[in-house]
Design a protein. Structure first.
Length: 461
């Protein structure tokens, strides 16, 4: 989303996209170390064969390797998505993370406690205190009202009626189900039932939520709504979420980081942008080919260094020289600390130079489109179409970080390089005044013809 700059105050340059402040990463919520899970005959032998380099497909028919050598850490407060096709080992992995399955080899640590090999009672305790599950098919109790479903976990824990109802009510409000407390699950749509599932998990007040294909049974529109709500909830509540999905777009939208699984192995762990822009192998590259890039890539990931920048204090002559050297009709104007103030046009500046004016601020225009570094590409299309200049990318302090020419945006959306060897691509608006006219004007109005760079030194760079 973009903002028209009406006045040169920092607030008004700020785009309406909220600046997301990442939750501070404090510690590790879940750690998996060398996890293997083999089913069928001689599981230990299976692990040994795999360790010795055997391929999963080369194992005897009665030996199945569901998870092979999985190691990763999930940080507190992050959404960690495990993504892979059916049979890649996601469910087996998540079951080892919450202690429902004992690994054949390797260890799982939850909130600082190694749960592998823990006696069942102790394991239940760690789980109750730290981990809640949200399932694909909601798993609600059909004859209990919404509020009693949400409060069920608290009831099992022996929390008194008043208190558990109060807590359940608060959570029901958070997931947007106010007014539905007394309905039965069967009276609710699928999306609402999954909100109840989510509310039940949240009511348990554990730090870690495990969500196994939690939105896969929902209609596409509801599913997207739930994804958006989950991201909001996470930002609000700071939960650690481990989310399993076979849907890459869902993984890309939700995940702070994604583990991509194939045939039991984790083949890449990275942020959505890393996976999209730097796939670890051909498999991942093929996989991400059809991803909705507009929803994943951010302005910061595709922007280019701004070339046509002038410092307000450098004045009109420097601005004109910069535009002449770059053969552009406009330049961004920045103040101290690279704060974006607006844009100047060559016609206005050459008039100033002819009149020997020295205050560039008199011709700074504020009608440029500035976008937040965190904005998704989908939010930039409209602004880019409307803007004659490349979009300016700014941070939360309105510092100019870079620019996105329209061609760059289109190339990023289409996953093709922005530069071709044969066709030179013009990224700045072409000059409207011939170079020799500018040069003559600069000469006629006196002063040395040094490059603009020298004047910019220190104030911009
Ligand atoms: N209890 C079991 N006994 C034997 N093999 C199993 C068992 N559970 C899973 N497997 C096998 O392990 C492999 C991984 O299965 P898993 O269910 O973990 O994959 P998944 O990625 O979750 O797939 P899906 O999305 O279809 O659930 C598969 O080949 C599966 O057949």
């Amino acid at each position: 989303m973009s903002d028209r700059i009406g006045h040169p105050t920092p607030q008004q340059v700020l785009p309406s996209v909220p600046v997301q402040i990442p939750a501070p990463a404090v510690g590790v919520a879940v750690r998996a170390e060398g996890l293997y899970k083999a089913f069928g005959r001689k599981p230990l032998d299976t692990v040994q064969r795999l360790r010795a380099g055997a391929d999963r497909s080369a194992l005897p028919a009665e030996q199945t390797a569901a998870v092979i050598d999985a190691s990763f850490e999930v940080k507190r407060g992050e959404i960690f998505v495990v993504m892979g096709l059916s049979g890649s080992g996601k469910s087996t992995l998540i079951r080892m993370l919450n202690g429902l399955l004992e690994p054949t080899s390797g260890t799982v640590e939850v909130a600082g406690t190694v749960i592998t090999g823990l006696p069942p009672k102790k394991l239940r305790e760690v789980r109750r205190e730290n981990v809640s599950m949200v399932f694909q098919h909601f798993a609600l109790l059909p004859h209990r009202s919404v509020i009693d479903n949400v409060a069920y976990g608290l009831e099992v824990q022996g929390v008194p009626l008043e208190e558990r109802r109060a807590r359940a009510n608060t959570i029901i409000g958070i997931v947007g189900l106010d007014g539905w407390q007394d309905k039965l699950p069967g009276q609710l749509s699928g999306g609402m039932q999954q909100r109840v599932g989510l509310a039940r998990a949240l009511a348990a007040d554990t730090d870690i939520l495990l969500m196994d294909e939690a939105f896969s049974a929902l209609d596409p529109l509801i599913r997207r709504e739930m994804q958006e709500q989950l991201v909001e909830l996470q930002a609000e509540l700071g939960k650690t979420i481990i989310f399993i999905t076979h849907d890459l777009n869902e993984a890309m939208f939700l995940g702070d980081r994604i583990a991509v699984m194939r045939d039991g192995r984790i083949v890449q762990i990275g942020t959505p942008e890393e996976i999209l822009t730097d796939p670890a192998n051909d498999y991942v590259a093929q996989f991400v080919q059809d991803v909705d890039r507009a929803r994943v890539l951010t302005a910061a990931s595709v922007m280019e260094p701004a070339r046509a920048i002038v410092s307000l204090s450098a004045g009109p002559r420097a601005a004109l020289r910069t535009m002449r050297d770059l053969q552009t009709s406009a330049a961004y104007v920045v103040g101290n600390g690279r704060i974006l103030l607006g844009v100047v046009r060559d016609r206005d500046v050459i008039r100033q130079v002819k009149n020997r004016e020295t205050d560039l601020s008199l011709v700074v225009r504020h009608d440029l489109s500035a976008v937040n570094a965190d904005s998704n590409l989908s939010e930039l299309v409209e602004a880019s179409v409307e803007s004659a200049l490349p979009l300016a990318v700014i941070d939360e302090r309105t510092r100019l970080l870079g620019v996105i020419p329209r061609v760059t945006l289109l190339a990023a959306l289409g996953n093709v390089p922005a530069n071709t060897s044969e066709i030179p691509v013009m990224i700045d608006p072409p000059a409207t005044i011939p170079v020799d006219v500018v040069t003559e004007t600069l000469l006629a109005t006196g002063g040395p013809l040094e490059t603009a760079d020298a004047e910019l030194e220190g104030s911009v760079r």
